[in-house]
Every structure is written in structure tokens, then in C-alpha cells.
Design a protein around this ligand. Structure first.
Ligand code: ADP
Ligand code: MG
Length: 384
């Protein structure tokens, strides 16, 4: 009867993008005719599920809404080649009336509809990222717009691709052309990009660290879509749903979706439905978020997390080192790496805490995940 408005998962824009208005205003500045803005080159970082991809989506929508041309890419080996061979030629063809000599090759019967046109592209021989991008920028500038490059999933393996693109864009930025670039990745990947040779350009870029939502933002992200789609949610149920999400966008959407569909024919989403939803949503955290986050870590890093999980709240770095049987200097190295990876936070001097909701509980229930990094479900099946 009612379509579920929530968007659990990754990469799919939510019904209400909560808490990102101020950031989007910065990009609107870039896209408008205003003065130079540091957001013309921006690096978005934050842990998995915090909303990097959907923020890029929103920036891209803003750009398109102002007539800008968007070049979107997920970083992978071969991206530059794909851009040069297919994507940029297609964009240029769509924009540039002179680039393609149109040759009438035949006339079909009028009642079957018009003429056949053969298109002869000018660009394909020596594809050059720099020259194609420059031409694309030139064409969009003529329309009073520009080009936005939006690059998702910055990863260590595709640093060479990022470097190639950065060089091309840097050149245009220096000439103060209408071009903007935004790249997103988890903190460890962004840290690697900042250290990589040939990517010094990004050290001057605007760093955007995405945080979890505030309680008020999480409440709005749940309540507004519910109301907009013709249902209601009681105050206690809303408060419980928002608090249980810990402001983590992935959980906001998952709890919202599961609560919505619990009794879809009811007008009101009850506390009971939320309770059920929270349980289901927490159960998905392991495989969707926590195990993937553990997978990129070393055994020693994971030992650090296990030692932290012994406390119910923030742990002192001294306790963690002692539990690991390590000197505080050695444990300090793990701490730095985990901070870089966006897995832990420092809530106060000498303290560490988990950055990802449910990680503590997950590690207590599945300590083997910390040792092996295998999905829990797979191991269960194996045992049965
Ligand atoms: N600001 C937000 N408000 C509400 N939901 C959000 C917000 N940001 C992200 N989400 C939701 O959270 C989930 C994860 O977002 P995504 O952009 O894929 O994260 P990331 O790319 O950082 O891993 C998606 O279901 C998305 O709809
Ligand atoms: Mg993403």
C-alpha cells in the first residue's frame, strides 16, 4: 500500500539527506558565478556507510541543475582509459556541434521517419585526457557552466589513475577555468592519496570529513520521509529509532526501512515496529559494515580492537597496551593506523573508542572475526 521511502544499503540517495546542507551550500558557491572557493578541489572522507557516495550524488545533482557537465567515475584501474576512449568522447559528441561531421548517407521512406546520419568523430585517434577535458571545459564555459569531476572510492590500488586525472584538472584549475573536482574515499585511502607522489595537488584541496548525524538530524531523517509518505511515527518510537541509529546514516536507513515494512498497512509506525527494526538492523551491521572494515586491518590492529572491546565505553590507551602485552609505543602505532582507517576515534586525551556503531558488541560476540576477518555467516554455514 505504501512504498517504503527508506534506502538501506550503499550508494542509493536517501529520501532526506540530513545534516549536509551547509556542505552543499559550499558546493553551490563553487557552481555559481561567485569568487574562487577552496571547494573547487575537495576530498571527502569518512567511514563506510557515513554517506560519502550519496553526498557526491547530491553535489552532482546540484551541478547538473546548473547546467554543468558531470564526469562521474568510480576509481579503478582502467578508469582513465575508459574516460579517454568512451566517456569523454560521448560527452564531447553531445556538446560539440562542430566535432562531428554529419554525413547524410541515405534517405528512408518519409513515413518511416527521416534520414540516417553517419557520425564521424574527430577525437578518437590520440585520446588525451588533458586535451579532451580542456575542450569539454571550453564548451561548457561557452554555455556559462563548467565541468564537475566526481570520483568515488579512492583506493590505494588506483592511485595512478587518480594521479593522471589530478594532473589534468590541476592544469585547468591553475588557469582558473570552470572546473571542479571532488574525490571520496575511506580515511586510510585518502591518507594514502595525500602522501602519494604526484598528488601534492590534493594536499591543498579542501578536506571534508563526514561525521555521523546529530540526534536531531537522525530524527528528521526518519520522521520527515515517514510523514511525507502519508504515515506517522509516535514520539517514543521516533526517539528510540534515532538513538539506536547512533546517527550512523546506514543504520538510519536500515532501521527506517525495517520499521516501515513491519506492519505496512498500519498508519502509525509503533514502538514495537521500531524495536523489531533495530534488532534486524543491528544484525546486518556485521556483514555489511564491520567485517568489511576489519578485513583491511592487520592481525595486530585487530588485537588492539579486541583489547578495546573489553571496556563498555572509551578505553584508556594504557589499558589497551597492557591487555595486548605491548609497550605503549608499539600500541601507539596500531592506534595511529586505526585512526587513519577511520575505525577508532579519540574522544579525549589518552582515550580511544570505536568509530563504527555496534563494533564493540560485534567483536564481543564474534571475536573470531577479529582474528580471521571472515564473514560470520560463512563460518556458521561451514560449521553446520
Ligand atoms: N545525510 C544522510 N541522511 C540520511 N541518510 C543518509 C545520509 N547519508 C547517507 N545516508 C544513507 O546511508 C547509507 C550509506 O550511504 P553511502 O553514501 O553509500 O555511504 P558511503 O559511501 O560513505 O559508504 C545509504 O543507505 C544512504 O542512503
Ligand atoms: Mg560509497
Amino acid at each position: 500500500m505504501h512504498d517504503n521511502p527508506f534506502r538501506p544499503g550503499f550508494g542509493i540517495s536517501p529520501p532526506l539527506l540530513a545534516g549536509r546542507d551547509a556542505l552543499l551550500a559550499e558546493w553551490r558557491e563553487v557552481l555559481g558565478l561567485g569568487a574562487w572557493s577552496p571547494f573547487r578541489a575537495a576530498l571527502v572522507t569518512g567511514m563506510r556507510g557515513v554517506g560519502k557516495t550519496v553526498l557526491l550524488n547530491a553535489v552532482e545533482d546540484e551541478a547538473r541543475g546548473r547546467g554543468w557537465t558531470v564526469v562521474h567515475g568510480t576509481l579503478h584501474v582502467g578508469l582513465v582509459e575508459a574516460l579517454e576512449r568512451d566517456r569523454l568522447p560521448a560527452l564531447l559528441q553531445a556538446q560539440d556541434p562542430e566535432a562531428y561531421a554529419r554525413e547524410l548517407t541515405g534517405v528512408t521512406l518519409p513515413q518511416l521517419g527521416g534520414a540516417t546520419t553517419q557520425v564521424v568523430p574527430q577525437y578518437p585517434r590520440e585520446p588525451r585526457l588533458e586535451s579532451m577535458l580542456a575542450r569539454l571545459v571550453e564548451l561548457t564555459e561557452a554555455r556559462g557552466a563548467g565541468v564537475l569531476l566526481s570520483l568515488d572510492e579512492v583506493a590505494v590500488e588506483s592511485m595512478q589513475e587518480l594521479r593522471r586525472i589530478a594532473i589534468a584538472v590541476q592544469h585547468l584549475l591553475r588557469e582558473d577555468r570552470r572546473v571542479a573536482i571532488v574525490a571520496a574515499g575511506v580515511p586510510a585511502s585518502i591518507a594514502a592519496a595525500l602522501e602519494a607522489d604526484g598528488l601534492t595537488f590534493f594536499r591543498r584541496a579542501q578536506q571534508v570529513r563526514l561525521d555521523t548525524l546529530t540526534l536531531a538530524e537522525a530524527r528528521a531523517a526518519i520522521a520527515e520521509p515517514v510523514r511525507a509518505h502519508g504515515r506517522s511515527i509516535g514520539e517514543a518510537a521516533l526517539e528510540r529509532a534515532a538513538r539506536a541509529s547512533e546517527g550512523y546514516p546506514f543504520l538510519v536507513q536500515t532501521i527506517g526501512a525495517r520499521a516501515w515494512e513491519h506492519r505496512p498497512a498500519d498508519d502509525e509506525i509503533t514502538a514495537d515496529a521500531v524495536e523489531h527494526a533495530v534488532e534486524v538492523a543491528y544484525a546486518t551491521m556485521g556483514e555489511s559494515v564491520i567485517v568489511p572494515a576489519l578485513r583491511g586491518l592487520s592481525g595486530r590492529d585487530r588485537d588492539y580492537l579486541l583489547a578495546m572491546a573489553e571496556d563498555d565505553g572509551p578505553a584508556t590507551t594504557a589499558d589497551v597496551a597492557e591487555r595486548m602485552g605491548a609497550t605503549s609505543g608499539n600500541a601507539g602505532r596500531q592506534r595511529a593506523r586505526l585512526l587513519d582507517a577511520g575505525v577508532i576515534v579519540v574522544p579525549g586525551r589518552g582515550l580511544v573508542d570505536f568509530a563504527i556503531p555496534r563494533m564493540r558488541e560485534h567483536l564481543r560476540e564474534h571475536p573470531h572475526d577479529a582474528q580471521l576477518g571472515l564473514p560470520t555467516a560463512a563460518r556458521r554455514t561451514f560449521r553446520d
